[in-house]
Design a protein around this ligand. Structure first.
Ligand SMILES: [Ca+2]
Length: 516
């Protein structure tokens, strides 16, 4: 596709966005557009290529180019310098499997009926066409290295239909590694109460992400020789626990430079449902030994910098091969994380720290679009699928629930949607607590607007609202006070509740699950 053809394509996209409703597709819209579009393109396009880089458990709040003064992320910042950084991007559910399934299919967790770690989207929606699969059907060579889909807990390993060749380094648990290659033959520990036990002065390749980078470099070299457009997924396993990066990445951070959690305490008047976090054992640990909290936070930063260094190796190879000018680079994290903030550790909440993610898209340099900019608009990971399809000039597939961000890439001050939506069940594992349960006690439905975060907790069986949260994101950005019962905020509460009802419908989660 030449420049003129590209401009024509994105011109159409912008016109459509301006005419679009200000709200995202609703439950009713979904039922009307649930049939999948048939692949229509048969010719082999000329590109652009896509380098699709995923990070695991990396929150938006801990990235250098997203404003964290402590995080050392020079390579992720490099992607930001050649593209657009989305300052307020949100996942659809703050845990691996539902979030990744949602981004990769362009559908919300409620549409997929995937809310836990064990259900694969091919079990609930077998014929859905994934993002890389759509590219593959339009002449792209698609390949996956590392963790793109959720790993280790679903009955299907990754998604073979998405890729032109077998996936590699995509299937394991986080505490598994290639022991033969790990120093002393000692595997990294599981999420641990004593993370500093895993500080070893070893090469990057001693652990998974170093090997993912090496395999991605090999893949890029082989792809460069193919002379056809490609979609290469590179999924890093960090900064997910265990926090065991090589010693030199720990050495980037002095203990005294790690700030304490802010806020340290749960919000005033928050319902208990809001405060369920994943690593409850961490909370009891750090209460008894406060220094452990700081060390866990240092380990998270060190893991981020280890992963960032691997990103840099892949970017270097893309440049060295002369592919950068015709390649879209995407960097995204599957969900956020609490590192002791609100007294919580891990993911699975609907708070801002759990739902906000890094999202950076660098268009091909040859297109001459603005570089190194920030977009303050509210966007969702759901938006990645239509954005890449439009940027690549492929026909748009039907049934996507996100909105193309190409208008923001052309004009970072633009707005495509006025709200972003997330959700999470309680208990977070769903019942039975083995990751395969299909029922829960409650579902939290959450909306972020420019001014507010509102979450309502609905009973799983009844659909009745059993608790509400409202945070004033402008006056109280750390979410220290739940204002839902304050009469002064009744108008905002009513408006936010209407947004949630319009987006998710008024049915109970049990009725949604029964549609499976
Ligand atoms: Ca994750």
């Amino acid at each position: 596709m030449n420049r003129r053809e590209f401009s024509k394509t994105i011109g159409v996209g912008i016109g459509g966005a301006l005419l679009a409703p200000i709200l995202r597709g609703t439950a009713a819209d979904r039922s009307e557009s649930s049939s999948e579009a048939k692949p229509v393109g048969t010719g082999v396009p000329s590109g652009p290529n896509v380098l699709f880089i995923a990070a695991d458990d990396m929150r938006g709040a801990s990235v250098g180019c997203l404003g964290d003064p402590v995080a050392k992320t020079p390579n992720i910042d490099r992607i930001g310098a050649r593209g657009i950084v989305f300052d307020r991007a949100y996942c659809q559910q703050a845990i691996c499997n539902p979030s990744r399934a949602s981004l990769m299919t362009g559908k919300r967790p409620d549409t997929l009926r995937v809310w836990n770690l064990g259900t694969h989207f091919r079990e609930t929606m077998p014929d859905v066409i994934t993002l890389p699969q759509w590219f593959k059907q339009h002449g792209y060579f698609t390949q996956s290295v590392g963790k793109i889909y959720h790993a280790g807990q679903t009955r299907i390993a990754g998604d073979p239909a998405s890729w032109s060749v077998p996936q590699v380094l995509h299937w394991a648990n986080h505490n598994q590694d290639d022991v033969a290659r790990v120093p002393l033959g000692i595997a990294p520990s599981a999420p641990t109460l004593e993370p500093t036990d895993d500080i070893r002065d070893v090469p990057d390749e001693a652990y998974k992400d170093g090997r993912v980078a090496a395999a991605a470099i090999d893949a890029l070299r082989a792809i460069a020789a193919r002379n056809s457009p490609f979609f290469l997924g590179v999924g890093f396993w960090k900064p997910h626990t265990p926090f065991n990066p090589p010693k030199r990445y720990w050495d980037l951070y002095r203990p005294e430079d790690i700030p304490p959690p802010r806020p340290a305490l749960p919000p005033e008047s928050a319902p208990a449902l809001a405060l369920e976090s994943q690593y409850l054992n961490y909370a009891s640990l750090v209460k008894s030994t406060p220094a452990a909290a700081a060390e866990l936070r240092r380990g998270y930063y060190a893991s981020i910098s280890y992963m960032d260094a691997q990103v840099g190796k892949v970017l270097d190879e893309l440049d060295r091969l002369g592919l950068a000018d015709n390649t879209i680079i995407v960097f995204w994290g599957d969900h956020g994380y609490q590192q002791g903030e609100h007294g919580m550790w891990g993911k699975t909440s609907c708070f801002e720290l759990d739902t906000r993610v890094p999202l950076i898209i660098a268009p091909p340099r040859r297109l001459g679009l603005p570089l190194g900019t920030h977009a303050p608009a509210l966007v969702e990971l759901l938006d990645v699928y239509p954005t890449l399809v439009e940027l690549a000039g492929l026909p748009m597939i039907g049934g996507l629930e996100g909105t193309s961000l190409v208008p923001l890439i052309k004009d970072p001050s633009a707005t495509v949607q006025l709200a972003a939506f997330s959700q999470h069940p309680r208990p977070w594992t769903m019942w039975p607590p083995d990751y395969y349960g299909t029922e829960a006690d409650a579902m939290g439905y959450s909306v972020r607007t420019p001014s507010w975060r509102y979450t309502e907790w609905r009973g799983w069986n009844t659909g009745e609202v059993i608790a509400r949260e409202l945070y004033d994101e402008r006056a109280d950005p750390d979410a220290t006070r739940n204002c839902a019962s304050n009469p002064a905020f009744a108008g905002a509460l009513r408006e936010c509740a209407a947004l949630v009802s319009r987006q998710f419908g008024a049915t109970s989660p049990r009725e949604i699950a029964a549609l499976r």
